[in-house]
Design a protein around this ligand. Structure first.
Ligand code: F6P
Length: 325
């Protein structure tokens, strides 16, 4: 496939939406048009592909979108596409419409779908789009910056009322498998405890002792940032209140973290990544994922990228702990 000249590409967003996805779509569309390619938009991710929800995109179609949250192409999770038959059907639909390549904006799961298409003769490029920051080959994912700022603002507000009422507050942030949102927001909002799915040991007595010690040194409120992957914030609040005597409330931020107008950083990085994906295809570089590592935009082989592992550096957790003493 390496010598294949790409004439028509498609772009889709898949999995959970993330603020900045529109900037990435716009980057793909406008750079591909500049490169002389025809661009198609696939609605509702891989499910839309299987349903044939595909239309041509012009420069005008991405006007007035860079500042908007969500994804103008909409998104979905598809069980049908997860099967081998689904991937074969998807590749056939693309070929029948003359589409040589697909740019997939999403997380690891979406990359796996793209890899499947590549096995059936479609050139693919992945762009990291998830608020969770949990893609190993890149230190930046589209939407993380907006999500942490949205969550931090919300936590600051909870902190105001927690402080007025001399309460303990547990704020649950998104991240089913990854604690990056909790870690960043926890540090940035001065949380006393940050619970991460990667390292939480369910030692509630430790948290209770921490609150009792904090009260002794004059702290009148206590903030716990909990990750969705740990969950159970409301029942944890009840147990903490019973054990410490400190009124405790839980706030679950939920989907508000996935919406909203993207930050400048998300708009900028997503634009560059979208354009970079279109240029990879122009240059005959297929089955790659666009990344940002060590201050540079770069790309990796999709297989290699999927095999990489990522974890929260222990030093960051150590610093977070020392800030709460
Ligand atoms: O997109 C990432 C994420 O927001 C996770 O933090 C969360 O666990 C998951 O998506 C929720 O997805 P759904 O939209 O399927 O509820």
């Amino acid at each position: 496939m390496a010598d294949k000249m790409i004439k028509t590409i498609a772009v889709l967003t898949s999995g959970g939406d993330a603020p900045g996805m529109n900037a990435a779509i716009r980057g793909v569309v406008r750079k591909a048009l500049t490169n002389g390619m025809k661009v198609m938009g696939i609605e509702k991710g891989y499910q839309g592909l299987l349903n044939g929800e595909i239309h041509e995109m012009t420069s005008k179609d991405v006007s007035d979108s860079i500042q908007k949250g969500g994804t103008i192409l909409r998104t979905a999770r598809s069980e049908e596409f997860a099967t081998e038959e689904g991937k074969i059907k998807g590749a056939e639909i693309l070929k029948s419409k003359g589409i040589d390549a697909v740019v997939v904006i999403g997380g690891d799961g979406s990359y796996k779908g793209a890899l499947g298409l590549s096995h059936h003769g479609i050139a693919v490029v992945g762009i990291p789009g998830t608020i969770d920051l949990d893609i190993a080959c890149t230190d930046y994912t589209i939407g993380f910056d907006t999500a942490i700022n949205t969550a931090m603002d919300a936590i600051d507000k909870v902190r105001d009322t927690s402080s007025s009422h001399e309460r303990c507050s547990i704020v649950e942030v998104m991240g089913r498998h990854a604690g990056y949102i909790a870690l960043w927001c926890g540090v940035a909002s001065g949380a006393e405890e940050i619970l991460l799915p990667e390292s939480y040991d369910y030692d509630e007595q430790h948290i209770i002792n921490h609150i009792i010690e904090a009260k002794k040194i004059g702290k009148t409120h206590f903030l716990i940032v909990n990750a969705e992957g740990i969950g159970h914030s409301t029942s944890l609040a009840r147990r903490i209140e019973a054990a410490t005597g400190m009124e405790t409330r839980a706030t679950i931020l939920g989907y508000m973290q996935r919406g909203g107008s993207p930050t400048c950083k998300d708009r900028f990085y997503a634009t560059i990544m979208g354009a970079y994906a279109a240029d990879l295809l122009r240059d005959g570089k297929f089955n790659r994922v666009v990344c940002h590592m060590n201050g540079e935009f770069c790309d990796y082989d999709i297989d290699e990228a999927l095999a990489m592992k990522k974890s929260i550096p222990p030093y960051l957790e150590e610093v977070a702990r020392s800030m709460s003493r």
